[in-house]
Design a protein. Structure first.
Lengths: 368, 321, 578
């Protein structure tokens, strides 16, 4: 009972007391973050309610974050109490294995934190991301004072651009991987299930796309059409799917021989139903792993494209573009590319840690 | 076995033609013609048009495609007008640089990846395991051009351990044979390191997983049960078998090496194929872009084939159907 | 079996790496030059080898500590088309043709006055209809042949032949083109025909002479693909070509047989042109003393170069300007008032301060401030957002719906896309700053990046002209000639980007081309500058100063508006540093 009181006062505290750092820390930090935004940006929050949709979204995020941290902490306590009554599903086992992996949990917390920050950015960014302050007097200001992370060559606030850039970079990664996972899963499932000529043809296509130098593809396509965020996301998504397709096909090939699929076949279920209801859900584990790793790769790749001048176009800030445009100043204004660079490193690192953790957790062979 | 290899080779033929086709149409997707890069004021529109005709850039794409493909089949890669040499000579000029860099990077990466991955597997979930994971992933997560610049700033500019860029020093021709090899190796160090650091994380991760799987196999348990020392079990029984899947990574990493080398070659002023192709796209030097892309695609196809065959050779459980 | 195989793989890989390392460095220590496997080179390079050996024996190096050593110049890009004078337009390549490997008929002194070089004298016909050059008799091609009038005639007919597609065809606007335009009077005297016009010597200071005995048989249309330019150029200048590794470096060695009267052999033993594509890497190379000259660092790197005790920053005004070209064929840009308003709404002065760190001058026209034709009293448009708003109102553009962007009476938005090419930070910056500043006066600017080749096609194709505004740079010759840019009769030619029609401008452009006398031309130029400001076919941004980082150990370096390499033969390494 006292747990519930504690949790009502400060969500996550009881978990922390019972030394479950991950669960407790996440709930507590989210709660503290949201409360501090509410307190420190009271006026901002009020005016944001009347602002454009992204500001409303930010306020909604704050509210949902507050409620969710309470609710989650509460539910977690109840589950903890009833745990011994129910058996363990495969999923529970995976969650347990995952939460044993400290680095992976740290990665997951970082990612959730990043997405939360990205959502509430309009409330917390100290400046507008594209405002050019005094071009002569305020460019290349070192970190500190009015501009906590300094200013860039247009006298824009780097912290604010970093915050707004998070949204672009995270979205790019998310959407591109979403596209590639969808296509990859479909192609892989169809190829694996139907086999024969369909399989042969689709897999040759996969081989072709894999063998083709991706950078050549990206450069020519981006040269052919006007570079825009949509194009970049689409191209990335449309080139990354073959890896997923291969994984899914492999899984489906072995699933096809399993009793439940054979039974569904024997019952004469339509093929569409078999693919979507029986096969796809069962291959999701490796796909999720591939997707987590893919998001990280995409963010790095976008930075590479920016180096070649092909990434997200200014003035929109993306981390990759910030690193690339600041790299010529590494020797005289290190803060231009170092902060976005570190942001990329830690984000991608987190995604990879989570991906690794998931892989270990979802693969029973690797569990101890 | 021989029949298996032949069958795989035959299966690669349509793939190769498919790739060539894809490359051709994709490369011609980019608008703009080489003409505008060479003319200047005073050149009339009539002359501009005439030049486009002379080079055959106005022919319908299918016609150009047939011409190109039939030339390719006879081994004629065409003429690179941005480099004013036959494409074959251009590729042969850049090839040694790319091969040296890629092989050096692969060697270093596989060596460290295998060693570190094994260590991680043996000490699963230890502080060392997660520490190594984080450190390796840290480098893996960096945009490669940024990592390369950081290496230059620390290793060359601040510490002065390695030359900044290039393949050789200016006075290379005047050095003795021994000094020349040292000179080459010193120039190779940083680009290799930048490429290898990124690859190592993947290999180590793979090696760790593979090792963990093997360690749980019965024969390893038996070895343990027999009371064999840990060292013997790991190196004699487990490592050998854990290496099998890692071999196939060579094929998977070749395409990565290509896109990775473009940045590394640019930052380190390394005259390799990746940079050449990217430059050629900018110049609309179609023959060079197509031949270069085709060459890389072939490398990947061959490497995959080789990996499959190697896999079949080293793993007796795989039958050649 | 398993372990055996994998060990073999590893060993195999190591062997391959080692063998590739050792094969790639074949050749003797500083021995004979590497000869490309091309028939032309195989034939010609041994002759060059022999010539250099002979000349070295005949002209022992003077006893002076300044002789010797290797200097390295680092730049971002390859010299496109190399020493092939007939087809190259690349700035570095042309500098090397003029000052390193080949020779021009005349060159310019510090005050840009013509002085003898390959031609020891010249005279102009009474009626200005021809110029006669008398050539030096002590200049030899690097394969031993003498340079004479036939080479000059060959070069002239080649570059004026449309089949060659000489990139700066505008050079020959006032000359008699082709064979009819050149007459060989004797082996060392050659006369070139022209119509009277201003600055007629200028092309001969920038177009170097090619060897007739090597290229005379090559059809003009095939010159572009000849191995001469990139694989084995044979020049007659102060440096002999030694080797070229594409995208890596060019190596030249001192020409021991360079005429004593022109200073004899250069001080440097070897001169290396290195290609390092990344600016940060280049800066690191300069700061670690691996290169002696860093050609045109971006202005943001200037301070770091100044702060380093071992290198100096050279700065000189140059002939190029950066501008935004407007497509007046577009309805929203057809009115000169709108174009003027755009310029007035852009704070160019602070852009020069910010983007160029002050290393540049605001441009109000195409005449560089150091040029004799420049009139400092012509007043350009200054930053005046109020004035810009008023002009826009006057032209019928007002913000009718209160969204911050102006519309015309039909409700069409005053929205302009500004294109720039991929990978050019400064041009991207300009588009970005204009977007921010012009939104203040109610103009919506959309920066748009386009791949360079695509961009050129979009702006150069007469029937396409798919752009509103384009950020681009233009390098002027010492003889200014904007005919191809602004004359209304050339409106359908590739370089008439703006497509403006202005009778006053037409008249001035034609007259300027024909005026031989400078003082007479000066007042015309002044008028021309005023018309340009009124018409604003471009928003001229700035003349960037040319910057170069030069190591202190490299001495005797002169750099000015003529270029970086103007006195490369007088460069020498501080003897104490070697």
């Amino acid at each position: 009972m006292s747990d519930r009181v504690l949790s009502a006062a400060l969500p996550g505290l009881p978990q922390l007391l019972s030394r479950r750092w991950g669960t407790g820390g996440m709930a507590l930090l989210t709660w503290l973050g949201m409360v501090s935004i509410l307190v420190s940006r009271r006026d901002g929050v009020l005016s944001a309610l009347a602002g454009p949709w992204e500001e409303k979204l930010a306020v909604a995020t704050v509210v949902v974050g507050l409620v969710a941290s309470w609710a989650w902490s509460w539910r977690d306590l109840r589950r903890a109490r009833h745990e011994h009554l129910a058996g363990f599903s495969q999923w529970d086992l995976a969650v347990r294995a995952f939460s044993k992996n400290r680095t992976a949990v740290a990665g997951l917390i970082t990612i959730i934190g990043l997405y939360l920050i990205a959502l509430v950015t309009p409330l917390i960014a100290p400046h507008a991301p594209n405002v050019q302050y005094d071009l002569v007097g305020q460019r290349f200001l070192p970190p500190g004072g009015e501009f906590p992370l300094g200013t860039d060559h247009f006298a824009r606030d780097i912290l604010s651009r970093l915050l707004y850039g998070a949204r672009i970079s995270l979205t790019i990664g998310f959407v591109a991987v979403g596209i590639s996972v969808t296509i990859g899963t479909l192609v892989g499932a169809i190829a694996g299930y139907f086999g024969g000529i369909v399989d042969g043809a689709l897999m040759r296509l996969v081989d072709m796309v894999i063998s083709f130098p991706r950078l050549v593809l990206l450069i020519t396509v981006i040269a052919a059409f006007d570079a825009s965020i949509f194009l970049i996301v689409a191209v990335l998504g449309l080139t990354l799917w073959p890896g997923t397709a291969r994984i899914v096909r492999g899984e489906v090939l072995s699933l096809r021989e399993r009793e439940f699929v054979q039974a569904a076949d024997a019952l004469g279920y339509p093929k569409r139903r078999i693919i979507f209801r029986h096969l796809v859900p069962n291959v999701l584990a490796p796909v999720i792993v591939a997707a987590t790793l893919g998001i990280g790769n995409t963010i790095v790749l976008e930075a590479g494209l920016s180096y070649l001048g092909l990434g997200v176009q200014p003035p929109t800030a993306s981390w990759g573009q910030m690193v690339a445009s600041g790299k010529d100043n590494l020797l005289d204004a290190w803060w231009l590319s170092t902060f976005p660079g570190l942001a990329i490193v830690f984000t991608v690192l987190s995604f990879n840690l989570v991906g690794d953790g998931l892989r270990d957790a979802l693969d029973p062979k690797l569990r101890t | 076995m021989g029949r298996y290899v032949l069958r795989r080779l035959a299966g690669a033929v349509p793939l190769v033609v498919g790739i060539a086709t894809l490359i051709f149409f994709l490369v011609h997707l980019a608008p703009g013609s080489p003409v505008d890069l060479i003319i200047g004021p005073g050149v009339t529109r009539e002359f501009r048009t005439q030049m486009i005709e002379t080079y055959g850039w106005d022919l319908p794409l299918p016609v150009q495609y047939v011409k190109w493909l039939s030339a390719m089949l006879t081994g004629d890669f065409g003429y690179s007008f941005s480099q004013t040499r036959p494409v074959r000579d251009v590729l042969l000029g850049y090839l040694p640089n790319t091969v040296v860099l890629s092989l050096a990077a692969l060697t270093v990466a596989f060596f460290f990846g295998i060693v570190l991955g094994t260590v991680q597997a043996i000490r699963q979930y230890s502080l060392l395991d997660s520490g190594l994971s984080v450190v390796l992933l840290f480098f893996y997560s960096m945009p490669s051009f940024w990592l390369a610049l950081m290496l230059i700033l620390t290793m060359s500019l601040t510490l002065g351990w390695f030359p900044v860029s290039g393949t050789v020093s200016t006075d290379h021709e005047f050095l003795g044979l021994g000094a020349r090899i040292v000179d080459r190796a010193r120039h190779l160090a940083l680009p290799t390191l930048s490429l290898a650091l990124v690859l190592t994380a993947g290999i180590a991760r793979y090696m760790r997983a593979s090792m963990l799987e093997v360690v749980r196999q019965d024969y390893v348990r038996t070895a343990h049960a027999k009371g064999l020392p840990e060292r013997v079990v790991v190196f004699k029984h487990a490592l050998r078998n854990a290496l099998i899947p890692v071999v196939t990574l060579v094929g998977l990493y070749l395409p990565f090496l290509f896109s990775g080398t473009v940045f590394i070659e640019t930052i380190f002023a390394w005259p390799g194929m990746g940079r050449a192709i990217v430059n050629a796209i900018g110049q609309r030097d179609y023959p060079l872009v197509m031949a270069g892309s085709f060459f890389f695609a072939m490398m990947v196809v061959l490497a995959n084939l080789l990996a499959d065959i190697l896999y079949a050779v080293v793993d007796p459980r795989i039958r050649y159907e | 079996m398993t372990s055996h195989s994998s060990r073999t793989v590893a060993r195999f890989a190591v062997v391959l790496v080692l063998s590739a390392v050792s094969t790639a460095c074949g050749g003797g220590g500083g021995g004979p030059r590497p000869v490309p496997d091309v028939a032309f080179c195989q034939e010609v390079m041994p002759k060059v080898e022999a010539y250099v050996a002979r000349a070295r024996a005949e002209n022992p190096t003077p006893d002076d500590p300044r002789y010797g050593g290797t200097a390295v110049v680092g730049t971002i890009g390859e010299m496109a088309d190399g020493m092939n004078v007939a087809v190259s337009s690349d700035y570095s390549a042309r500098q090397h043709q003029q000052f390193v490997n080949l020779m021009t008929l005349i060159d310019y002194d510090e005050s840009v006055a013509p002085r003898p070089y390959l031609a020891e004298s010249w005279e102009v016909a009474e009626d200005n209809s021809s110029v006669t050059f008398h050539l030096r008799r002590d200049v030899y091609w690097h394969d031993g042949e003498q340079t004479d009038a036939h080479d000059v005639a060959f070069t002239y007919t080649t570059v004026t032949n449309p089949e060659t597609a000489f990139p700066n065809a505008a050079f020959w606007n006032h000359y008699v083109e082709g064979e009819a335009g050149v007459e060989i009077i004797d082996d060392f005297t050659v006369r070139i025909g022209m119509e009277p016009h201003s600055e007629f010597l200028d092309p001969f200071s920038s177009v170097a002479i090619l060897p007739e005995h090597l290229l005379g048989d090559v059809p003009s249309a095939e010159l572009r693909e000849h191995p001469y330019g990139m694989q084995c150029p044979v020049g007659n200048g102060p440096f002999v070509f030694w080797s070229h590794s594409p995208q890596e470096r060019w190596v030249f060695e001192a020409n021991p047989g360079f005429p004593q009267a022109l200073g004899g052999r250069p001080f440097l033993d070897r001169y290396v042109y290195r290609i390092v594509p990344d600016p940060t890497t280049l800066l690191a190379e300069l700061l670690t003393q691996n290169i002696d000259v860093y050609v045109t660092p971006p202005p943001d790197q200037a301070q770091r170069i100044i702060d380093d005790p071992n290198v100096d920053l050279r700065r000189f005004p140059f002939r190029n300007y950066v501008m935004v070209g407007w497509n007046a064929r577009r309805p929203q840009l057809a009115d000169a008032r709108v174009r003027r308003a755009i310029t007035m709404g852009t704070d160019r002065e602070s852009i020069v301060q910010a983007l160029l760190q002050g290393y540049g001058t605001v441009a109000d026209g195409s005449v560089p401030p150091f040029h004799w034709a420049y009139d400092p009293d012509v007043e350009g448009l200054s930053y005046d957002p109020e004035g810009a708003r008023a002009l826009l109102e006057e032209a019928g553009w007002a913000d009718r719906d209160g969204d911050g962007v102006r519309e015309d009476a039909n409700g069409d938005l005053l929205s302009i896309s500004i294109k720039y090419n991929t990978g050019n930070q400064q041009r991207q910056d300009i588009a970005e700053i204009m977007q921010a500043q012009l939104s203040e006066v109610g103009i919506d600017v959309v920066p748009q990046v386009v791949d360079w080749a695509t961009l050129l096609q979009q702006i150069n194709t007469p029937d396409l002209r798919d752009f509103d505004g384009v950020v681009i740079a233009w390098v002027a010759e010492f003889r200014l000639d904007d005919l191809d840019l602004f004359h209304s009769e050339r409106i359908d030619q590739p370089f008439a980007w703006s497509g403006t029609r202005n009778p006053e401008m037409d008249r001035l452009l034609v007259e300027l081309g024909r005026t031989v006398d400078r003082s007479e031309a000066r007042s015309l130029w002044s008028e021309y500058q005023k018309v340009l400001i009124e018409e604003q076919p471009y928003t001229f941004f700035y003349f960037p100063d040319r910057l170069d980082g030069v190591s202190r150990r490299l001495q005797g370096v002169e750099m000015d508006a003529r270029g970086e390499w103007v006195n490369v033969k007088d460069w020498y390494l501080d003897p104490a540093s070697r």
